[in-house]
Design a protein around this ligand. Sequence first.
Ligand code: HEM
Length: 431
Amino acid sequence: TGRGYRRGVSEQPRDSSAPTLFTWEFATDPYPAYAWLREHAPVHRTTLPSGVDAWLVTRYADARKALADPRLSKNPQRHSAAAHAKGKVGIPGEQRADLMTHLLNIDPPDHTRLRRLVSKAFTPRRVAAFTPRVQTLTDQLIDAFEERGEADLIHEFAFPLPIYAICDLLGVPREDQDDFRDWAGAMIRHGGGPRGGVARAVKRIRAYLGGLIHRKRLELVERREEEDGEDLISGLIRASDHGEHLTENEAAAMAFILLFAGFETTVNLIGNGVYALLRHPEQRAVMQRALEEGDERLLAAGVEELLRYDGPVEIATWRFATEPLTLAGQRIAEGEPVLVVLAAADRDPERFAEPDLLDLTRRDNQHLGYGHGIHYCLGAPLARLEAQTAIATLLRRLPGLRLAADPEDLRWRGGLIMRGLRTLPVTWNSA
Ligand code: HEM
């Protein structure tokens, strides 16, 4: 850009034309601000709403490099400054010690060991076997509002589907799933901040998962062989690698991260995806035609494009420099937080032709919506299954679906990491 960054200090000259981030307008449409950053300050120091300073990485090539850079640690405990920064947005109190030592907060070699163990249980085969259940859940949710001719797709559809799906997959008994729905709701509503509602919900989930895992472990002692349809928690307890197993604490943290990482993301992929289709009638027609023709490839490619265009994970989770390093010419000091802006990278014109265009038939669509490198989304096969089933079933069963609100009036949740609508009012001509 010709802007001479000072060397050796992790500061950046202020530019008066720089956009203001984290305002209400920004939450509604952050893409113009990201375009500015990509062009003028691709590695940009900013003060987050929590008061913590962090670096934002916005270009595709830099984002991909940063996501795979072993000098960027996920473990805030390795640096006191990092722990302090993350503490302001994380979950406070005693839960951090056990539930928070999950995949997204650890580095190799611990990460390698835990990820290998969970991958033995959370297999594509287990997800594929789950297809009919996801279809049934989707149909039941639509049954509940179809006659009414109107619905809020976030609360009545996008929100319950992933929570019931992940509970089923984990092996949470049906009669307990509504409790989970309430706890998960509290976690979303309070935006992950260190406030009472979240801490209480996390505590309940922790206690519940602890009890469930303990019971399942006892059941497994009775039956040694894997049974058909065994749930994921039993699979996690059983998984072993060179004779090593997950401890009960590790299994609880793993179940928690599957719930936590797999929930709001999927809500927002369905919400943002349906919203984008409703705002682009010609693309929606492309999707509708593909569904009529049974073109599963276009359905799959289309959902990937929805993820690139307006994905649920706007910013990847926290990373911290373990040593002084230079990223795209910018010096970053040891301990400083680095936030990779997936939403900005996925609209980089250097990587995607006409990046602001929604094109369900786009080729060469290597987006970063599921991340990259060793922390690449473990749940991507499940996320794809849920989003494809949800969107296809909705359009098939409610072909007259349309937005029942002025887009100007829709509100986006203002969280740092996630991007999603608070409500999505729709209507259709009921039969
Ligand atoms: C990691 C996106 C659904 C489980 C990630 C990451 C992204 C992501 C971007 C990497 C974060 C980073 O590097 O900072 C998404 C999206 C989803 C989705 C867009 C849905 C639409 C799911 C589901 C599950 C899941 C359904 C599980 C049930 C995980 C786990 C990790 C992860 C466990 C951590 C992996 C690791 O650190 O090794 N996801 N995710 N995700 N995701 Fe997903």
